[in-house]
Design a protein around this ligand. Structure first.
Ligand code: SF4
Length: 366
């Protein structure tokens, strides 16, 4: 797998999806076995992954089982939760203590780690020593929105690798530049995005959105650029992604990305009920996959931030496998609605594509 490749698997069972993804990435041929391998989930708060805030422990468990089967012995899980949270509490409440016991993997609370003062790109940063000493870092972020930087995924997840005082200082520095510089000091070797349940609006969860997917890549900048498009952000909307590209962390150019989808999205009965974020009454989902419905939720959220909401008397927005082979009027989102008068292809379409489709409808709908 090279740095331009992004692998995507749809579903919600890491035990099934992860081995397929890691085999497709040919990870056994390039993973070093004789170094310390660090797993960095996002445990910003002590809330379960079903809230959209934290990395699903099933994903971390499946990864550790896979690494152990490959002969990797020196594994650690590292995290420093946000300022208002005790990391041990997050480890416990999020199900990581059980994993640590089962596989005899240390849980490292980076809040209590020694730090190093590092100079990079004219910025002095305090960085946790154990994060710097990892031989191979697997970054396991969640696909979710953020109240200040708009989104958080692989690049911002490394903020858990600095002490609390430095987290505070990052805010005074405007977040974007220090996040980009931090990624030159702590290098991610592999990203596995937990996109099973992310969050629509907030990094601490509360408005969960099922996206039912895992995304694997080697370049955290490219992964974040792709995830930004899944959340409906245009290129340039998230400054730290572009800054990280300028500093040589990776590429923010989605034109170079080679997407490889290892399975097809499937209908999920929980897709409509899993989020408290209401959909307009004239969105009609009939056997919709979470992948499609999640994209639509993110697209409508971005449009609502522009002050647009779909008019109640407008023609419906339809999606789902139940619309296959059913030509009709209205707006059809996704390949299943190919017979619609106004149709957006894609299986699933990106939120950015849905935004463009809905922003310029042939008739006034807002
Ligand atoms: S286009 Fe159809 S099959 Fe594809 S993700 Fe959407 S609902 Fe599922």
């Amino acid at each position: 797998m090279d740095r331009h490749e992004l692998l995507i698997a749809y579903g919600d069972d890491p035990d099934v999806l992860l081995p397929r993804l890691l085999a497709a990435a040919d990870l056994p041929s390039w993973l070093p076995r004789d170094v310390r391998i660090g797993l960095k989930p996002n445990l910003v708060v002590a809330r379960p992954s079903s809230t959209g805030a934290t990395t699903d422990p099933r994903l971390v468990r499946a990864l550790i089982a896979w690494l152990r089967a490959l002969g990797c012995r020196d594994l650690v899980i590292l995290e420093g939760s946000w300022l208002g949270e005790a990391t041990p509490r997050a480890f416990r409440e999020c199900g990581y203590e059980e994993i640590a016991r089962e596989f005899d993997v240390p849980l490292i609370d980076l809040k209590h780690d020694a730090t190093e003062t590092c100079l990079a790109h004219d910025l002095h940063l305090e960085v946790c020593r154990q994060a710097r000493q990892i031989g191979f870092l697997i970054n396991l972020p969640v696909l979710k929105a953020h109240c200040q930087t708009r989104m958080t995924c692989a690049l911002k997840n490394l903020k858990g690798c600095i002490p609390d005082a430095e987290k505070r200082r990052f805010h005074t520095l405007g977040l974007h530049r220090p996040i980009a510089v931090l990624n030159t000091l702590v290098r991610t070797d592999l990203v596995i995005v937990d996109g099973i349940v992310g969050d629509l609006t907030f990094e601490e969860g509360g408005t969960p959105v099922r996206m039912d997917r895992l995304i694997v890549g080697r370049d955290p900048v490219l992964v974040d650029a792709y995830v930004a498009s899944l959340m409906g952000f245009a290129p340039g909307d998230i400054p730290y992604i572009d800054l990280a590209a300028e500093l040589g962390v990776g590429s923010n150019d989605l034109a170079v990305a080679r997407l490889r989808q290892i399975n097809e999205p499937a209908v999920a009965p929980h897709a409509l009920t899993a989020s408290p974020a209401p959909l307009p009454a004239n969105v009609i989902a009939d056997q919709a996959c979470s992948a499609c419905l999640g994209s639509l939720r993110f697209a409508l959220q971005r449009l609502s931030e522009e002050g647009r909401s779909w008019a109640p008397d407008a023609e419906p927005i339809c999606l789902g496998q139940g619309f296959r082979g059913r030509p009709r009027s209205g707006f059809g989102v996704g390949a299943c609605t190919a017979g619609f008068a106004h149709h957006l292809p894609g299986c699933p379409p990106l939120a950015t594509e849905i935004i463009e489709f809905l922003r310029h409808p042939p008739t006034k709908r807002w």
